[in-house]
Write a new protein. Structure first.
Length: 477
């Protein structure tokens, strides 16, 4: 759902669309109830005086039925278009603000401003279109009320001459017709609110009715409440959609509890896809994944994800303090646990130099931190969970070699406490791990220890030699 729906659209549905529904449920129902009571009382009183005159007085109101039908149709249609355009406008603003540094770096302020003005102009156009339809209700309403009063005077005059009613009754009818003026106008307002709410509720229910692609099912074994970290892939293949090439093809490996595993390969080899399969962000197209001997699809989704400490390739921090971002990894974390996690991620010493320490804010998406500091914060967030499976997807790419060495040393001290899967482009950071998998174009082409893979002289050995050469050239410079 989130892959095909823009963030701005979701925000609009959860704010503006809900507000439209609230207006109908609150004020609209109140107006309708009050108007209905007044109309019923007025009509009953008029019928007591003269059923014939009442019939003629209410006859023009049949025109309102046709008008209501036409106005309601156009209001619904244009309200839906308006809300969709508002979602588009919100998405444009959200994306621009999220990438404001990139916009400035590429000097695209003018282009983005023009794009925003274009979206705003289209939104204004659709808003005016809706306003015109709603404005058409008032003249129709005035004409109908006027016709009703004309009918009262014309037919009432005839009835007075016949002695059926008195002139005073005509005055009463004019008062009653006037009394019903506001309630009838309120019906027009309510119809507009109702159609806006109807268009918005359809958009809300599109979200509420959306079924998660990945969730627990009838085969889920809820008796399983904890995992031990035994991971096994059996001929696993995956592609993102039918007709697309496989991102992973026929991958098999096994990681025992407390063991360590590295995944390396060229860009686009399928490393991140393999990680997402373990966290169950995607489901395998073919084959199966076993955790502690159980098919991953048989395990409660909450248990799987609570047992995993996942450091994603893309760093994301909330607009909160450093300490709270670390504590996000677990509920009710103590200050000591936060400090320990920050220490193991080689972040504590740096943070304590800040004026507010761990209470220092990170800004919007961590904008006030360097790339390395933000990445180490996400590592601490995973470590504080004390996970049974620790997964780090290229999580050391923004830290220098010395910091990387110290972080890896902390992880080695945790050896046996959890199973560790480390994705990295640096051979130096993975050569001490128990097992190394080499992926190329989605296939598992090599596996073994660092020494055996270097001796094999395949893709891994080529990557190793190239990185050694780069390190030597950098040392010379």
């Amino acid at each position: 759902f989130y892959n095909r729906t823009k963030t701005g659209d979701v925000i609009t549905r959860s704010t503006s669309d809900i507000e439209q529904v609230r207006r109908y449920i609150g004020p609209a129902i109140m107006y309708s109830t009050r108007a209905l009571v007044i109309v019923i009382v007025a009509v009953i009183t008029m019928l007591i005086i003269s059923p014939t005159l009442t019939l003629y007085a209410l006859m023009p109101l049949s025109i309102l039925g046709v008008a209501i039908f036409l106005v309601a149709h156009y209001v619904h249609k244009r309200s839906e278009a308006l809300q969709r355009q508002y979602a588009q406008l919100t998405s444009r603003v959200q994306e621009t603000l999220a990438g404001i540094r990139l916009v400035k770096a590429y000097a695209r302020e003018k282009t983005e401003t023009e794009a925003f003005e274009e979206e705003s102009t289209l939104y204004k156009s659709r808003m005016l279109g809706l306003a015109r339809v709603e404005a058409a209700w008032r003249p129709i309403f005035v004409v109908v009320v006027g016709l009703s009063q004309v009918m009262v005077v014309w037919v009432g005059g005839r009835l007075v001459t016949e002695g059926v009613i008195t002139i005073g009754n005509i005055a009463e009818y004019i008062i009653y017709v006037g009394l019903m003026t506001w309630p009838i106008a309120a019906f027009g307002l309510v119809i507009s609110m109702m159609q806006r709410a109807s268009a918005s509720s359809e958009r809300i229910y599109e979200v509420l009715d959306e079924e998660p692609d990945i969730s627990d099912s009838s085969r889920t074994d809820y008796s399983i409440t904890q995992l031990h970290g035994h991971v096994k892939f059996e001929n696993v293949s995956f592609r993102y959609a039918q007709g697309l090439p496989y991102a992973l093809r026929n991958v098999s490996f096994e990681l025992h509890p407390g063991g360590s595993l590295a995944v390396v390969g060229r860009t686009g080899a399928g490393k991140t896809t393999l990680i997402e399969l373990i966290v169950r962000l995607v489901e395998p197209t073919e084959g199966r994944i076993l955790i502690d001997g159980k098919d991953l699809r048989d395990l409660p989704l909450s248990v799987v994800r609570e047992s995993v400490g996942y450091v994603a390739q893309d760093v994301f921090l909330f607009s909160d303090s450093i300490g709270n971002n670390i504590a996000f990894g677990t509920v009710g974390a103590s200050d000591e646990e936060i400090r320990q996690a920050a220490f193991e991620a080689e972040l504590l010493e740096t943070v304590l130099e800040f004026s507010e320490g761990l209470n220092s804010g990170v800004g919007e998406r961590g904008v006030s931190l360097s790339g390395g500091q933000a990445q180490r914060t996400t590592i601490a967030r995973a470590l504080i969970r004390e996970p049974k499976i620790l997964i780090m997807d290229d999580a050391l790419s923004s830290v220098d070699a010395n910091t990387e060495t110290r972080i890896l040393e902390h992880l080695r001290r945790r050896q046996g406490q959890h199973s560790m899967i480390l994705v990295s482009h640096r051979i130096s950071s993975i050569q001490d791990l128990d097992q190394i998998l080499v992926l190329d174009e989605g296939s598992l082409v090599e596996r073994g220890t660092h020494e055996s893979l270097v001796e094999h002289d395949g893709l891994y050995a080529q990557m190793h030699r190239r990185q050694l050469l780069e390190a030597r050239l950098e040392a010379i410079q």
